[in-house]
Design a protein around this ligand. Sequence first.
Ligand code: 0L1
Ligand code: MG
Length: 264
Amino acid sequence: MSKPLAPEDLARIADRLERAERQGAAIPKVTDDYPGLGLSEAYAVQSELRRRRVAAGERVVGWKAGLTSKAKMVQMGVNVPGIGFLTSAMACPENSAVSTQRLIHPRVECEVAFMMRDTLRGRDCTREEVLAATAFVFPALEIIDSRFAGFKFDLHSVMADNASSARFVGGGRARRVHDLDLRSLGVVMEKNGRIVATASAAAVMGHPADAVALLVAVLADMDEELPGGSIVLSGGITEAIPVAAGDSMVARFQELGSVSVHFE
Ligand code: 0L1
Ligand code: MG
């Protein structure tokens, strides 16, 4: 077992990640310099990044589960899901133009988003509890942007990096969960009018609500809860699609309509 990192080391890692994000410049993954970084220390760095963003005036508007589908795990070579926070500064309007200027190597994921009505807490949260606490679901695109060179990392590095969170877009139609079978929802991803991926939402842990339950359990490990009023992104259904300035992405969901974004 390696020695725990000192608080100054965790602050230094947060400094590096914050600078990389602000400057849009990649850095080596955290474990290259801190091979002993544990998972709880990685989440402590993530919490420090969250604290700094809130201190700078951003609001935490929700959370995301990441690496929740086989396609994503295979793409990234990481086989354990994790979570990240979402702030008001990351939210982009439906069909808006997102600047790539401050992004390093953005990729787009299509996800089922949950709007929570009730607060959830605890390590044993179930799919049924998630569905009962959900006000509605809607389709979303998440724009991820690893701060690490070559988009290459391990689980601990990427969780310190807030699970590669960068921007997100909600759109389509809000639907009540009890009017849908979330497992069998099909989605088609298009880049510049061409189909680049298709899948069903069951790809996310068998049911996207299970990803929300997992997120609640990870929050419980940090002595935190998922507050009512939070947005939750349940994880990329297909692999993430690389984008650059000039590209347009659309995800067309069965039952939920479509959500789109452009890059400039
Ligand atoms: O939202 C995600 O699934 C991303 C989690 C972190 C891994 C990645 O950057 O692909
Ligand atoms: Mg995602």
